[in-house]
Design a protein around this ligand. Structure first.
Ligand code: NAD
Length: 470
């Protein structure tokens, strides 16, 4: 597939192969953009700014709704392409498309609600006699840089609110999975003037870096790893940056929990998308009294998962993004076992597949739970009581989301108040998000929030206009 810049398809001499992680076959190629192409995208996005700001909010909203309709019509086609490039089961790909539609719809609605407020200057010393109000103005050009695990929905979480508040956009999709995003941007381009949305493919370290440091790009909206996010924040200088980074989310299971509910939470939270989820359940902190029973039930439920061809609707566990990624997970698990952890089920790799793995006797200092393990692994850390559970939950550089399972409201409230995370769910695993909620982590999990209304807040600037009436 070509890039999309200024409404034109742009190819390149150097090409990157997009590999189907299930078959190892090349699905397609995309150009490896170099700096000149990145600059072309920046120029086109800047030229298109006035075309968008001149458009009424009514029209912007309608056009976004038109794209909703187009994506709905082609739901299955988009899902199949997503499964081919990422290796996620087709049913999960369909969910991602449905959420993408929802994210777009929320943005189309939000496009009509972008306004400021009147400000009583007379509440301040010397402010009498003014009529003052604020406006929410677009920042200009937004660069959207996104990861491989939910390439479409996470990219739409940036593009759609950006356009809703009349910014033009340059998208740098993930190198491993750019196809669904390019195809989607073509739908947007059918509705909006050329240059409103541009896609450049290539390496983050080259074109991503160029976008981050360019003075003609007004905002970086990044989702990806902490390592890349930190690099971006150092290089971006005074630029407005939103960083949605990795997670190491705890699930706290207290002795009075509904064990079956918690087990279901792990199945949905640790193994969804083969564990490649920022808000995946990555540390299961279980009170000693119920740990054996919990582990037994978790193993039984885990062994029901069906690993296989991601295109088969019976498959519930697909591949990781690459064989290399699966090897990294294998190595991390093996190191934990050498340090004393015990695999209860799973633990084997086959190409880009890694089995759904439950691993017990994990201790908080093992790499498996210190770093973000991006694979289908459910590590159990046994603790003694609520205080220790909260302490272990907070013993991490991350703070994206958390889940707590208990039937005691006082314990629930203590966890809700004391766990340092952007979201704490009670009796629900961390791996849950609606596309309108404020989403974004504490600590190294990021800076800023997404979730359409909140993304709009981060993609607009506030101007105050004051009329001196005296
Ligand atoms: P990554 O950081 O390797 O890459 C993300 C994007 O950044 C890619 O498009 C990449 O090409 C680009 N990039 C790489 N180097 C760059 C640079 N120097 N300058 C600018 N851009 C650069 O992440 P990944 O492996 O694709 O994704 C997995 C990570 O993303 C995990 O840590 C996961 O937790 C995180 N994630 C976070 C969220 C969230 O909302 N908090 C959601 C999904 C994934």
């Amino acid at each position: 597939m070509d890039m999309l810049i200024g409404g034109k398809h742009i190819s390149g001499e150097d090409l990157e192969e997009v590999i189907n992680p299930y078959t190892g076959e090349v699905i397609d190629t995309v150009p490896i953009a170099h700096l000149q192409t990145a600059q072309l995208a920046i120029d086109e996005a800047n030229n298109a700014k006035s075309k968008l700001t001149e458009m009424s909010a009514f029209k912007v909203s309608n056009k976004l709704f038109n794209v909703v309709g187009k994506l709905e019509e082609r739901r299955e086609e988009f899902a199949e392409l997503l499964t081919l490039e990422v290796g996620k089961p087709i049913n999960e790909a369909l969910v991602e498309i449905d959420r993408s539609i929802e994210t777009l719809r929320l943005s189309a609605e939000e496009a009509k609600r972008i306004y400021g407020e009147s400000v009583p200057l007379d509440a301040g010393l010397n402010g009498k006699g003014f009529f003052a109000f604020t406006q929410k103005l677009p920042l200009g050009v937004v660069a959207a840089i996104t990861p491989f695990n939910y390439p479409l929905n996470l990219t739409i979480h940036k593009i759609a609110p950006a356009i809703a508040c009349k910014n033009t956009v340059i998208v740098k999709p993930p190198t491993e999975a750019p196809l669904t995003v390019i195809k989607f941007c073509e739908l947007l381009n059918e509705e909006f003037p050329d240059g409103v949305v541009n896609v450049i493919t290539g390496y983050g370290s080259e074109v991503g870096d160029y976008l981050v440091t360019s003075p003609e790009v007004n905002k970086i909206s990044f989702t990806g790893s902490v390592t890349t996010g930190m690099m971006i924040s150092q290089k971006a200088g005074m630029k407005n940056v939103t960083l949605e980074l990795g997670g190491n989310d705890p699930m706290v299971v207290l002795k009075d929990a509904d064990i079956d509910k918690a087990v279901k939470g792990v199945i949905n939270g640790a193994f969804l998308n083969a564990g490649q989820v920022c808000m995946g359940v990555k540390r299961i902190i279980v009170e000693d009294e119920i740990a054996d029973e919990f582990a037994d039930r978790l193993v039984a439920a885990t062994e029901k998962l069906v690993m296989g061809n991601p295109m088969d609707s019976k498959t519930t566990l697909g591949t990781l993004i690459s064989e290399n990624a699966a090897r990294q997970v294998e190595e991390t698990v093996n190191n934990a076992v050498e340090a004393g952890a015990k695999i209860l089920t799973g633990g084997n790799r086959n190409g880009a597949f890694y089995e759904a793995t439950v691993i017990d006797n994990v201790t908080p200092e093992m790499d498996l739970v210190v770093r973000e393990t991006f694979g289908p692994v459910a590590p159990i850390i046994r603790v003694n009581g609520l205080d220790e559970a909260i302490e272990v939950a907070n013993d991490t550089e991350y703070g994206l989301q958390a889940g707590v399972f208990t039937s005691d409201y006082a314990s629930a409230m203590r966890c809700a108040q004391e766990i340092e995370a952007g979201t704490v769910f009670i009796n629900k695993q961390s791996t849950f998000r609606t596309d309108n909620m404020p989403f974004g982590g504490f600590k190294n999990s990021g800076v800023g929030k997404e979730g359409i209304k909140y993304a709009v807040e981060e993609m607009t600037k506030t101007k105050l206009i004051g009329l001196n009436l005296r």
